[in-house]
Ligand binder design. Structure first.
Ligand SMILES: [Zn+2]
Length: 282
């Protein structure tokens, strides 16, 4: 969609906004038109941001900047700190130096608790935010296997045992010493137990996560790709005063789609004050 069409279909454009004067497209009173043609009425009023975007061989930083200019969405680029990603200060510095010239936020996505001891705090502080997800659960089944929750073949022998380990892993991340601003992709479960989502995510577990996030002022990502978390959790977190982010979790032309995020934010009546915004102006 061309920019002009987008602005027209999304309704009233408010110039200026919270982030200063640099861009005209930064704040919407959004009359969102979804891909299926349905329209969400213009009661949402917040800066449209997507803080979970990756570069890839299908999407360069220039592509991301172009999409931002076309859609008015502000993007935060993330890169993994992991055995397959950044492993040293040199890697981290190279990443930050690469992104600095561009009008995007610079995000870190570590995969393992304890990651920060391998990096200098000064360098970590040059990133705009750290987002960590709880998707690699070591010792996650009765066979002592590491469960990568996104993998179709993750083997869960006993759902309750997995949930016990899963909650421990959540708490390790949320209550640990590593810097963290955003808890990414919360509540996503392996495919084999996904049907039991509402049974396994008891109110007590949800509250435990919210209390831990609140104690360290950690924002909650609404993940567009796998449509988590659900309404009940968002409303509980909102009541507790937690902030939210949108994350498309994309690395190709799908970047900029945020249908679930916009839908559930509308349903939960999130407004600007409910969103986490990185400090640096881009
Ligand atoms: Zn990611």
């Amino acid at each position: 969609m061309e920019r002009k069409t987008f602005l027209k279909t999304t309704g009233l454009l408010i110039a200026g906004g919270l982030m200063g004067k640099t861009r005209a497209t930064e704040r919407y009173l959004a009359d969102e038109v979804m891909s299926n043609g349905s329209t969400i009425p213009a009661t949402s009023d917040y800066l449209m941001m997507d803080l979970h975007v990756h570069r890839s061989n299908k999407q360069t930083i220039e592509d991301i900047v172009a999409k931002s200019e076309k859609t008015g969405i502000r993007f935060g680029v993330m890169q993994n700190i992991a055995p397959w990603g950044m492993k040293s200060d040199a890697d981290l510095k190279a990443y930050i130096d690469e992104l600095k010239p561009y009008p995007v936020y610079i995000g870190l996505q570590p995969m393992m608790p304890g990651w920060s001891k391998n990096f200098s705090p000064e360098l970590i502080a040059q990133a705009d935010y750290v987002a960590m997800d709880p998707q690699v659960v070591s010792n996650g089944n009765g066979y002592n296997e590491t469960i990568n929750v996104w993998e179709y073949a993750s083997y869960i022998d006993d759902p309750e045992t997995f949930m016990g380990r899963n909650m421990q892993h959540y708490m390790t991340i949320l209550t640990g010493d590593d810097p963290i601003n955003i808890f990414a992709c919360p509540l996503f479960l392996p495919a084999s137990i996904e049907r039991e989502y509402h049974k396994l995510w008891t109110k007590k577990r949800l509250q435990q996560i919210i209390d831990a996030a609140r104690a360290r002022n950690i924002a909650i990502e609404i993940n567009d790709l796998v449509r988590v978390p659900h309404e009940e959790f968002i409303l509980m977190a909102k009541r507790a005063g937690l902030k939210f982010t949108f994350g498309s979790d994309t690395r190709d032309e799908k970047t900029g789609r945020l249908d679930y995020c916009k839908y559930i934010a509308q349903k939960c009546q999130l407004t600007q004050k409910d969103f986490y915004i990185p400090e640096r102006e881009i």
